[in-house]
Design a protein around this ligand. Structure first.
Ligand SMILES: Nc1ncnc2c1ncn2[C@@H]1O[C@H](COP(=O)(O)OP(=O)(O)OP(=O)(O)O)[C@@H](O)[C@H]1O
Length: 255
């Protein structure tokens, strides 16, 4: 059984079909790319997977269970986490607090133990702090723990966003253009980081990215969207030489 399966999923906004009968699947442990020209429907797929939008037709199955109609927090608890095209950190909070808050949203204290500040509450708090610090060190951000998130250089903000997503202990990680705005050196480091976290956390990853060196360099399979439809899928080699893909991208360049 695939970890994730979309079966003829459609999403409409008024008269616009942003996603049209999209079927795709991810096996556990796979690293799959989702590419396509601007406006092809890639981010809408992520929004469907995370409960931001509901499909007008079709099925979305995660580990065999339908996610349709679930609220975003419930989908996150079920094991799907994401990052955003435009980084969404709590910019006026410290680096450490950005990760701790992800734990707080994920790990629940009993209401009474929180209100009465029982020993279990403090043990929980301490555990969260230790786990958050351990995370930051994995992402080489430990020394920045007391910095405000907005003061970090761009590449580090991206790393922090990924760290925060992983703090919710997902099985499926959705990365929306993680290399956007990065220079070639930062992109290479990001590729290493993605390979590392995939192994370390036994993740399945779906990645939207315009940087073809990154997509072709690390994805095992790629789906190509154009005008909301899957126009091709296959290995990086197959995708590179697919005439429909070349046409879709040439259309983007010339339009
Ligand atoms: N909430 C919305 N309301 C109306 N139209 C929307 C909404 N969200 C997305 N769209 C439209 O759906 C289409 C697909 O958008 P989407 O953001 O998914 O594309 P994308 O492939 O992620 O593009 P990009 O690479 O530029 O980020 C676009 O035409 C977009 O304008």
């Amino acid at each position: 059984m695939p970890l994730l399966e979309l079966d003829k999923v459609t999403c409409e906004f008024g008269g616009l079909r942003a996603v049209s009968e999209v079927s795709l699947h991810l096996e556990t442990g796979e690293l799959v790319g989702l590419i396509g020209p601007n406006g092809a429907g890639k981010t809408t797929v992520f929004n469907l997977l995370t409960g931001v939008y509901a499909p007008s037709e079709g099925r979305i199955l995660f580990d065999g269970a339908s996610l349709v109609g679930w609220a975003p927090w419930r989908i996150n608890r079920a094991g799907i986490a994401r990052t955003f095209q435009n980084i969404r950190l709590f910019s006026d909070m410290t680096v450490l607090d950005n990760v701790k808050i992800a734990y707080h949203n994920h790990v629940r204290h009993g209401v009474m133990s929180s209100i009465l500040r029982l020993p279990t509450y403090f043990r929980g708090e301490q555990e969260i702090e230790e786990k958050a610090l351990a995370f930051l060190s994995l992402f080489h951000l430990e020394e920045k723990k007391d910095e405000l998130a907005r003061n970090l250089p761009y590449g580090e903000q991206r790393r922090l966003e990924i760290a925060r997503a992983l703090a919710t202990e997902p099985r499926l990680l959705l990365l929306d253009e993680p290399a956007a705005g990065m220079n070639p050196q930062e992109t290479r480091e990001l590729m290493d980081l993605i390979a590392f976290i995939r192994e370390r956390f036994s993740l399945t990853i779906l990645l939207i990215e315009h940087d073809m060196s990154l997509v072709m360099g690390i994805c095992e399979r790629i789906y190509v969207l154009d005008h909301g439809m899957v126009i091709a899928q296959g290995s990086p080699k197959e995708i590179r030489s697919n005439p429909k893909v070349i046409e879709a991208y040439l259309g983007e360049v010339t339009s």
